[in-house]
Design a protein around this ligand. Structure first.
Ligand SMILES: Nc1nc2c(ncn2[C@@H]2O[C@H](COP(=O)(O)OP(=O)(O)OP(=O)(O)O)[C@@H](O)[C@H]2O)c(=O)[nH]1
Ligand SMILES: [Mg+2]
Length: 343
């Protein structure tokens, strides 16, 4: 009988979780960028072959900085299923923005952690770097996985990513260090960028998954709605093109998406808004003579056309919504719904 199960990908921001998920399923569905905290929501994607079906859950990068207090908090939260208010020290040692102190940050943290118990397998993704040390944020995740209060019994693979960027001897040292730190079921080095190690990882995953009927049709690749992926593509282009001028305070909302028959085939008319927190950011996103917004639109349109295989007519607007990251009603309007995670 074939295998079927859920595999959640966790790890600190920017280690390549979304890139790895795209490589594993063989299609670019999750957005990625050089900036930490690109992914905000859980995203489910599906990989099916003759061995069975794997449902992958990509998650936002885990934000905590290694304090025991935070690990205990996360464990308590996992135990009772409710999100806690984040302490101001949350970002300590993590070197990341103020994002994690907002409600959006709380949502992202919960999105990463709420899958740990339910999955059949956890892939803990770390980045091969110089020096065989476990960084505080990675140690914090190991502490959480080890903590009796959290009660996580799911098997864990350590996946060492970005091996294209480091020397082989470094990777061996890295493996040794991690092997001593946690009883990983497997340790697999990969490059999500080049695809090296993909087959080894897939076959190790199939080994461990339970037997079962597939959850989805064999041609399903995600349960995400088309318009949500479209919004993510626009957000990705905004993040990538704006460099660091506009930090994390943007959301994208697809206001309408309609298909119609044109002279040369089907056309999809899309109208979407880029939401920002500050007037000054609005100006940057629009750019001189609207140049930046035009660039974002062109880049997004190409990707959307590839995704839905239809001509796209994309209209973009920029709107200011002060403090949207701290209002639960706004968060939910932009697709970050706590109730989706609290089930
Ligand atoms: N050299 C190299 N770079 C990689 C590899 N995988 C991912 N990257 C790069 O690492 C950066 C982060 O990748 P993402 O996939 O967005 O990382 P993430 O872990 O999903 O990040 P968050 O969603 O922010 O937590 C991007 O610039 C990727 O191109 C790899 O195998 N090798
Ligand atoms: Mg990501």
């Amino acid at each position: 009988m074939a295998k079927a199960g859920f595999v959640t990908i966790i790890g600190k921001p920017n280690v390549g979780k979304s890139t790895l998920m795209n490589t594993l399923i063989g299609q670019k569905l999750a957005i990625t960028s050089y900036r930490p905290q690109t992914t905000r929501k859980q995203m489910r994607t599906v990989y099916t072959d003759e061995r069975g079906q794997i449902v992958f859950l990509d998650t936002p990068g885990m934000l905590r900085g290694g304090s025991e207090d935070l690990t205990a908090r996360a464990a308590a939260r996992l135990a009772d299923g409710t999100p806690s208010k984040l302490p101001p020290s949350f970002a300590k040692g993590a070197g990341i923005s103020d994002l994690c102190r907002t409600k959006l940050g709380g949502y992202m943290e919960l999105a990463a952690e709420s899958t740990l118990k339910e999955a059949d397998l956890i892939l803990l993704l770390v980045e091969a770097g110089n020096g065989a040390i476990i960084r505080p944020q990675d140690q914090a995740v190991l502490d959480l996985l080890n903590s009796p209060e959290a009660g996580i019994r799911t098997p864990v693979f350590l996946v060492i990513n970005k091996i294209d960027a480091v020397k082989k001897t470094r990777i061996l040292e890295y493996i040794e260090t991690y092997r001593k730190a946690f009883p990983f079921r497997e340790i697999i080095p990969v490059s999500a960028r080049t695809g090296k190690g993909r087959e080894e990882l897939l076959s190790a995953i199939f080994q461990i998954l339970p037997e079962g009927e597939p959850f989805y049709d064999e041609d399903t690749v995600t349960d995400e709605k088309e318009r949500d992926i479209v919004a993510e593509i626009i957000r990705e282009k905004t993040l990538r093109l704006l460099q660091d001028e506009v930090p994390h305070g943007i959301a994208v909302l697809v206001d309408s998406m309609k298909y119609r028959e044109g002279r040369n085939g089907t056309i999809c008319d899309i109208s979407a808004s880029i939401i920002t927190e500050k007037d000054s950011h609005k100006g940057i996103i629009i750019g001189r003579n609207g140049e930046m917004l035009k660039k974002i639109g062109t880049a997004a349109r190409t990707d959307i056309e590839n995704l839905i295989d239809t001509h796209v007519n994309l209209k973009l607007w920029v709107k200011v919504r002060r403090d949207w990251r701290d209002k639960e009603s706004d968060l939910s309007a932009y697709g970050y719904r706590f109730k989706d995670l609290r089930t």
